[in-house]
Write a protein that binds this ligand. Structure first.
Ligand code: G6P
Length: 373
């Protein structure tokens, strides 16, 4: 078993380090030199794909957070209304789904019962289903109309890491593919995003090389934290929720991820002296001045005593003034930032759980794949 861990103390640590390859392998063979995408696997009639007027992403757990990232990207690139829903909620609310709906089911294992049931329900209403899945030949891809496999390799640790990054990558590919298929309005943007995507594995590797030691040091001093809050905005919001989920799952620490804009509507009441808050800061080069808004959130919580740990883009010095700790990740287009910003959060949870003496690969009460409803 030690050999299978490549010398890492846990599968989770190994899988965190597998991420440059997980993303790289998921991109492999799907991009061509002239800046377009080939997804032979999407065996759904192109006319049908062109007629889609709504996309619904269904998943559970970490895969559902990948789905939330997917929504920002797909809606922006394809201009198709896109929803994300937990599979177990979707099915029981009598959702409006028909022949013009594309359902995207995201599942590492391909065996999650709630997600499978939601897939069947959607198909009964006439929807086409594309699965984004990491396990060859598993049930969800077998029942789906098409499958886009993530090539993360087997994921052993219960808490999902590399599958998450690979799911986000596959969702980007699907979004860009649909955008390409539905018109060439975004041709240049798509070509440049594909180039940016190809650069991501090396950037993830840089996070591992450069940021991991800082995160480990930070985490080792935080073993006694009773609660950790995470704030993010736009795609940083699902990243914040995923960071909180990792901490709950393996370190058994109360954690919550909030949308930074929601702070003043409630969560700010939780801030008192020493409360650790991890903030994912949007790129200063992004649209809509979200950066300035999140920096002002950091200022607000810091003034109320929060211990602020900030994940920001390289070169972003504006955050320094209000941050107790700054972790810099390489620059990337806003929509791609989750592939980088998530990594320090995974390392943080893994390190904290280890420092508390827990088995990070086999957390209490959890299963890798939940095959009951
Ligand atoms: C369980 C696992 C999670 C996973 C979720 C969905 O809760 O512990 O890590 O995110 O199931 O699993 P799936 O295989 O459908 O992605």
């Amino acid at each position: 078993a030690a050999a299978e861990k490549d010398g890492y103390p846990s599968f989770m640590e190994k899988e965190i380090h597998d991420q440059p390859a997980a993303v790289g392998d998921t991109l492999l063979g799907r991009l061509d030199e002239n800046g377009s995408l080939t997804l032979d696997e999407i065996k759904i009639d192109e006319a049908v794909l062109r007629s889609i007027d709504k996309i619904v992403v269904i998943a559970c757990g970490t895969a559902a957070y990948a789905g939330q990232v997917a929504r920002y990207a797909i809606e922006h690139w394809c201009r198709i209304p896109t929803e994300v829903e937990l599979a177990h909620e979707f099915r029981y609310r009598d959702p409006i789904v028909n022949e013009k709906t594309l359902v995207v089911a995201v599942s590492q294992s391909g065996e999650t019962m709630d997600t499978l049931m939601a897939v069947r329900h959607a198909q009964e209403q006439g929807a086409k289903v594309v699965a984004i899945c990491n396990t060859n030949g598993s049930t969800i891809p077998r029942e789906a109309d098409a499958v886009l496999y993530t090539h993360a390799g087997p994921e052993i640790a219960v808490a999902s890491t590399k599958a998450f990054l690979a799911q986000i990558t596959a969702a980007y590919l699907l979004g860009l593919y649909l955008a390409q298929l539905r018109g060439n309005k975004y041709k240049d943007e798509i070509a440049s995003l594909l180039t940016e995507l190809e650069a991501m594995p090396a950037k993830i590797q840089r996070v591992l090389d450069e940021v991991e030691p800082q995160v480990k040091e930070l985490a080792s001093g935080m073993k006694d934290a009773g609660s950790v809050l995470f704030l993010g905005r736009h795609v940083g919001f699902p990243v914040a929720m995923e960071g909180a989920l990792k901490l709950k799952e393996i370190a058994y620490i109360h954690a919550e991820g909030f949308a930074a804009g929601e702070l003043k509507h409630g969560p700010i009441a939780l801030i008192d002296q020493g409360q650790p808050v991890i903030v994912i800061v949007p790129s200063p080069n992004g649209r809509d001045s979200l950066h300035a808004k999140v920096v002002s959130n950091i200022q607000e919580i810091r003034a109320r005593g929060a211990e602020t740990i900030v994940i920001a883009e390289e070169g972003d010095e504006a955050v320094r003034e209000f941050a107790n700790h700054v972790l810099h990740v390489p620059a990337a287009p806003t929509l791609l930032q989750p592939l980088l910003a998530t990594v320090p959060l995974q390392i943080f949870a893994c390190e904290l759980a280890g420092a508390k003496g827990y088995d990070v690969d086999q957390p209490r009460n959890l299963a890798k794949s939940v095959t009951v409803e």
